[in-house]
Design a protein around this ligand. Structure first.
Ligand SMILES: [Fe+2]
Ligand SMILES: [Fe+2]
Length: 323
């Protein structure tokens, strides 16, 4: 049974036979052309980067992301963050999956209850029965609770889709108070449904991987198709179109994968709610993950910048956490 977790590792520790999931594995070379391997290991408490230098390669088996491995090595510090120097690496076949899966820090039952409570309060009977047709299916509900919202970019962990969906919904609930003529039932159903195609797009194991179906079809198509199939027979066609439009346009721009741009007030609002949740999550995880202490994060490709770690951040800690 796994005893030592990444959150417990300290500089100077020597580890022997400890197990982690491989998140990233790539052969590389120094400027002098000496080969080395860049690796990132994970468990349910976090991730740590590592290096296998050329002298240690003979004792390290070749692995791929998703494998669970047993390692020997020492914990060093490089540019303000812990790094593992591996001296031995072998693949493990027998392990408890839950120890290695990164999951949402929020309570999955409470987040899911927020979705079902919102569905209960939907007034339009057609929208309500569409949502019930989808979420009353126990198999779908279970898959939705465990799904990831991405495989690298944002909310990329077990429960990540639920976390992202409840964030989008909470932002939509705030927004609607300021724009009372927007259709609440349409906007909230769009918030709940906009990324459901991700249930079919990704596979959540020790790491999140994209399925062939997800790669070929994408979550916008997969979600739209699923919603169309679950629509009640008596839903007016124009109402269903408005909901499908929210799903199809939620990425906001054609270059981000949406086949149409937002053309209703609710669609414009949903695109902004989606962006707020996903981009804040990216920045937040980059700044606060893995107890890094450097003043700036590494360059964040999606956000197009490094991010500053404010020395005042602990003074401002928000204790009013929703879940
Ligand atoms: Fe999306
Ligand atoms: Fe989204």
């Amino acid at each position: 049974m796994k005893q030592l977790f990444i959150q417990d590792l300290k500089k100077g520790d020597t580890i022997f036979g400890e197990s982690f999931a491989v998140k990233y594995y790539k052969r590389s070379a120094t400027r002098n052309n000496k080969p080395f391997i860049d690796i990132e290991l994970a468990d349910k408490t976090g991730t740590i980067r590592g290096k296998i230098w050329s002298d240690d390669m003979a004792n390290c088996k070749e692995v791929v992301p998703g494998d669970v491995v047993s390692v020997n090595g020492t914990i060093e510090e490089f540019q303000g963050r812990l790094q593992l120097r591996l001296t031995n690496l072998s693949k493990l076949r027998d392990f408890n999956l839950e120890d290695y899966q990164t999951r949402s820090r929020n309570d999955i039952d409470k987040m899911f209850a927020e979705i079902t409570d919102t569905i209960k309060n939907i007034k339009n009977p057609h929208i309500k029965s569409l949502l019930s047709n989808i979420f009353d299916d126990a198999k779908f509900a279970e898959d939705f609770r465990n799904a990831s919202a991405a495989y690298t970019v944002h909310h990329s962990y077990l429960g990540g889709l639920l976390e992202h969906t409840t964030e989008v919904l909470a932002i939509a609930k705030t927004l609607i108070k300021r724009f009372p003529k927007l259709n609440k039932d349409v906007l909230f159903s769009g918030a709940i449904l906009h990324d459901i195609g991700k249930v079919f797009e990704f596979e959540v194991g020790t790491t999140v991987t994209i399925r062939t179906e997800g790669k070929l079809l994408g979550h916008i198509f997969l979600g739209t198709e699923y919603i169309k199939n679950k629509a009640p027979k008596d839903i007016p066609a124009d109402l269903l179109n408005e909901i499908l439009h929210l799903i199809l346009s939620h990425h906001g721009e054609l270059q981000f994968g949406s086949p149409v741009v937002p053309m209703t007030g609710e669609a414009v609002a949903l695109n902004m709610c989606d962006k707020t949740s996903s981009q804040t999550n990216m920045a937040y995880r980059s700044i606060f993950e893995n107890n890094a202490t450097e003043e700036f994060t590494e360059y964040h490709r999606q956000l197009g910048t490094e991010l500053y770690r404010s020395p005042y951040q602990n003074d401002l800690m928000n204790e009013d956490i929703p879940f």
